[in-house]
Design a binder for this molecule. Structure first.
Ligand code: KG4
Ligand code: ZN
Length: 342
């Protein structure tokens, strides 16, 4: 079984080839971060146009590099949602065109399912069941994962996603988009606690999050007095500490609540080293194991799409029939309903 995976839900064009027996044969990602940097955020129409430019050359390059002939493919998988409608349509159109020409199925995958299964690409892979903390620029959710296709939402953000909070606070500190990694880097030179920011919903007694108040608190701090470089580093460290403290506390609470011993962290914010250190300490005390995808699979990529598709084909789980040439994308899509809607 050889699956081509295509990811175009936001600002990364990703492609990958996953073989049921040999594993991941290769993958390639083109990040549009520089294209959007000038605007301080992703511009949906520019994202769609760049996916159009990049996707076919990236796919051709991957097939050449891995020595795979297109007619060896058994399925073409793509991120069907959630994400930017125009960006998703590019991946969906190419996947359906290719699949139709090759006479193989096109499979629409849930982007978040692909994220939360991505740690299974590494070894040792976590066994089911586990709790997954999904933390990206668009999503912050805690899920109980009983198996492939078995997802229960335990809690989620009521407003901004954790990555969005990183990015918005970074912008206020004058850092370039996407600011999460830049803020984390600046935070290394600062000391948390010199400024004091709220830990939103830390004591709410639920597994839900709220991060929109943080950027307001940062804005208020910045307006109080001019900040020098040392102040900015201290403020960055406090922003990071506030986000990380809430994420770690709720993720560990979710594992306790579910009576499980494994936590999987997926999505771009999972690359944050302070979050990893904090979860590591808590997990040791709680006697649980924490699993991360490889760094290159933390952010959006095609490998996680190809892999999730292969997992579904193996079981086999529902695959959208797509007998006709018609298809749609799902810019908003609840993961718990992934199978029901397929
Ligand atoms: O999963 P991802 O690549 O894309 C989405 O689906 O959103 O996540 C991107 C998000 C951005 O908000 C980015 O700033 C954040 O992940 N991010 C980080 C770090 N690396 C990426 N946030 C904090 N620290 C990092 N090291
Ligand atoms: Zn993502």
């Amino acid at each position: 079984m050889l699956v081509l995976g295509i990811e175009t839900s936001c600002d990364e064009t990703g492609v990958a080839l996953y073989d049921g027996r040999r594993g991941l044969l290769g993958h390639a990602v083109h990040s549009q971060a520089r294209l959007h940097a000038a605007y301080g955020g992703v511009v949906p129409e520019l994202a769609s146009r760049d996916h159009i430019r990049r996707l076919l050359p990236l796919t051709r390059g991957l097939l050449d590099q891995t020595g795979c002939a297109p007619d060896a493919l058994s399925a073409v998988a793509y991120a069907e949602g959630p994400g930017l409608a125009g960006a998703l349509l590019v991946g969906a159109s190419v996947a359906h065109g290719l699949a139709y020409a090759l006479g193989v199925p096109a499979m629409g995958l849930h982007h978040l399912e692909a994220h939360l299964l991505s740690p299974l690409l590494s070894s040792p892979a976590p066994a089911f069941p586990f709790v997954a903390l999904l933390v990206s620029g668009g999503h912050t959710q805690l899920m109980r994962v009983g198996g492939v296709g078995d997802y229960v939402l335990l809690g989620e953000t009521l407003d901004d996603a954790a990555g969005e909070a990183f990015d918005k606070c970074a912008k206020l500190l004058g850092l370039d988009y996407p600011g999460g990694p830049a803020l984390a880097q600046l935070a290394q030179r600062g000391v948390p606690g010199r400024f004091r920011l709220p830990r939103p919903m830390l004591a709410s007694g639920t597994l839900d999050f709220s991060f929109s108040g943080l950027k307001t608190a940062v804005l208020t701090t910045i307006r109080e007095r001019p900040l020098d470089d040392a102040d900015k580093a201290n403020l960055a460290a406090e922003v990071e500490a506030a986000i990380v403290e809430v994420l770690a506390a709720k993720a560990l609470a979710a594992v306790r609540q579910e009576g499980l011993a494994r936590l999987v962290v997926a999505g771009g914010v999972g690359a944050n080293l302070t979050l990893r250190a904090r979860l590591g300490e808590g997990a040791r005390r709680q006697g649980i194991a924490v699993f991360y995808p490889e760094l290159e699979f933390c952010t959006d990529n095609g490998a996680m799409i190809a892999f999730a598709a292969a997992m579904r084909l193996e079981r086999p789980l529902p695959v959208a029939p797509h007998a006709s040439l018609g298809f749609t994308v799902r810019p908003r899509w609840n993961l718990e309903e992934a199978d029901a809607t397929n």
